[in-house]
Design a protein around this ligand. Sequence first.
Ligand code: PHB
Length: 367
Amino acid sequence: MAEKKTDLFDPVKLGPFTLRNRIAMAPLTRSRAGSDGVVTAMTAEYYAQRASAGLIISEATNITQQGRGYAYTPGIYSEEQVAAWRQVTDAVHAKGGLIFCQLWHVGRISHPSLQPDGALPVAPSAIKPEGQAFTEQGFQPHVTPRALELDEIPGLIQDYRHATECAKRAGFDGVEIHAANGYLLDQFLRDKTNKRTDRYGGSIENRVRLMLEVTEAVIATWSADRVGIRLSPISPANDIADSNPEAVFSYAVEQLNRFGLSYLHVVEGATGGPREVENGFDLQKLRKIFKGPYMANNGYDLTLAEKARAANEADLIAFGRPFIANPDLVERLQSGAPLNEPDPKTFYGGGAEGYIDYPTLDRQVAE
Ligand code: PHB
């Protein structure tokens, strides 16, 4: 019997879209926007170079200045930001690609120097994270955040609505709600960071509430088939932990079923690190609970991606770092060509170097 070839490179329907293949570009922070969160022409070039991905998910993009935790990350809340992102989405569409905007609020993973009027970052509870914030003045230790007041929650949900409207006007094809990696929504999900005694803390049902209310608001603003969500159930990223992640995320995913979302995107393992972690659980459990497309991410190479597809363990595979160094990653994987190695020194900040100058195969052959 002939070996069945992989369907990784075949077109696939995702809600109203036909993706050119099952390979997504994962969200990747590159810290090359202005201090005002406005992206540049280089960003349009960067994403257009990578438009052969089935779906691009933008770098994490702040929904408000309060949501900002890293210097030079972009925003999606001002008119200038919308106009600049429009250049990006036009450039991607001109190459036949699709791009979602990842909606980001970092919560406590910030620093007063990044906040409006030097305010304290906000969080479910006033608990200081380990680690340092990347500010315009360099790395600075995190501070103890301020716990959000109950009456601030509707305004926060409104911020997600506003950012979704902005993403729509900027020409994105959809949005991805960032509920992963120890940022605000993840801080609400976990009992290490959420010690609230109101309806947003305590029981699992209460801790999952904000993520569900945000999701409801975002889909009401646009359309469920243009909204994905990203979770990192067993990642320790940004000093996050929970006493029972399996229970929290099984319940969360079950509840997400009611919305008919575009996809569930799962960081499998430690974000940007090992796929197997201590005290983890089998994430295929979530794939089985979710009644929609499942996008797998973290440490995938071609072999692992083909294996996941063959076993139907994922519908889409998101590649992160390989996309930094290989604008034509899809073509390289498909033809078995070698990959360029990414240079970590140019991951964050700086200019064209390590951003838009990685060669495609054509260019390497020609040179
Ligand atoms: C990062 O800048 O390293 C980063 C940003 C957003 C994430 C994860 C990592 O979700």
